[in-house]
Design a protein around this ligand. Sequence first.
Ligand code: DGL
Length: 271
Amino acid sequence: MDNRPIGFFDSGLGGLTCVPHLMKKLPNERIIYFGDTARTPYGSKAPSTIRKFSLQISDFLVENKVKMIVIACNTVSATCLYDLKERYPDTPVLGIIQPAAGAVAENCSPSNRIGIIGTKVTIASHTYEETILKQNGKLDIFETACPAFVPLIEEGIIENDIMDLTIRHYMDDFILENRIDTVVLGCTHYPLIRSNIERRYPDIRIIDPSEEIVSSIENTLKKKEMMAEYPETENIFYASDLSENFVRMIRRIFMHSDVNVEFKNLDLEEV
Ligand code: DGL
């Protein structure tokens, strides 16, 4: 039994899409979330920069006594999961790509045509493709980067024509030419535009890694006997730029869940 909070981080808002799934499945757990809103997006930055930012944030989470680090960001998971695992040998570190790739390998068949969408860094790393094929070598995988999605989502530009046009721009030909029938939302921001994608491509099956990672969190906590028995703290949401937008988006994401939130701005100089 371990009542300490779980540390989550992302370049911004995206990682929050995991949290309602976690709260539903593991209601006794609490989290410390860090959104690096001052430096988002990560998805087009150099891997060395992403690694530096991620180590800085993870150090902060470990100093705040989290019992586990969840990399709620595909870009970071693709870039430096193993650096983080090595740096904190006493703290379990979970990436978001591995559980999602496992779900694809298990639930898809060779008749499926699987499309991975993500940031430039995630797609260029081919981590999804390689991890899926290692487990199920018979699948057909196609990948494409959609770099404008994250800045639009961080701005709250979701339910409107600009987002719908951007989806068409990146995905229409990709889906048609490759005859894609299954799409993996390979960026934790993308569940926020899931309904736009479903509206445009109603026949496509969607796999959401933000949901898949929760089973992996549960399995690890159970295996290590680290499940919380009762909540000891509130959930705390840190942002490196606590903008009105961030607060508004958190409220929108948690609209239907009973989650108490406390917001804190964190000057990166202090980290
Ligand atoms: N939410 C992130 C991901 O899953 C990163 C987005 C970004 O900062 O570009 O990849």
